[in-house]
Design a protein around this ligand. Sequence first.
Ligand code: 5GP
Length: 181
Amino acid sequence: MSGPGGVGKGTLVSRLCERDPSLWLSRSWTTRPRRPGEAADEYTFVDRGRFRTRASEGGFLEWAELAANGELYGTPWPDPAAGRDVVLEIDVQGAAQVVERHPEAVVVLVVAPSAEEQASRMRKRGDDEDHIARRLELGVREEEWGRRLAASVVVNDELDRAVDELASILRSHREPPAPAS
Ligand code: 5GP
């Protein structure tokens, strides 16, 4: 699951995973500080030294430095229980790396219904105005790139509707093709 910052990917993904226990949500590493009120297990929070060491040892499926905040984010090699599908919630640079390594990966691009809505979501979680303006500007390019990578694009306009759409996209990728008659 990919897309620009502030489009509500996190909420969508956690709803989807609550609904479908066969999904396995990866926990990323990041060097950014924990936000006030943010769960301690939202990420594995580490300093740059620890992150760089793990990256140099090949410990990530993908990692990226986010232009929006200069922080590092990475996906440790997934280790799901048998039969579970891995879900990643990552930026577009990361999604491009995953597709290169795993062409069978399904990229879903999540976009906000409008730039105003995206800004208001970032404001609610406490981002400052400079950061929001930068994120929106970068978001335009990320969205263009993401549309080229993505199998589907979901507009996060209404949470339940968007989760339904995601669940149906997932089903269409899991179901074997109907036998030819
Ligand atoms: P935030 O700091 O707001 O939690 O996340 C910023 C951005 O980093 C979001 O777009 C999120 O999807 C992305 N992100 C989170 N984890 C990873 C990761 O492991 N790899 C990459 N490439 N991006 C990530």
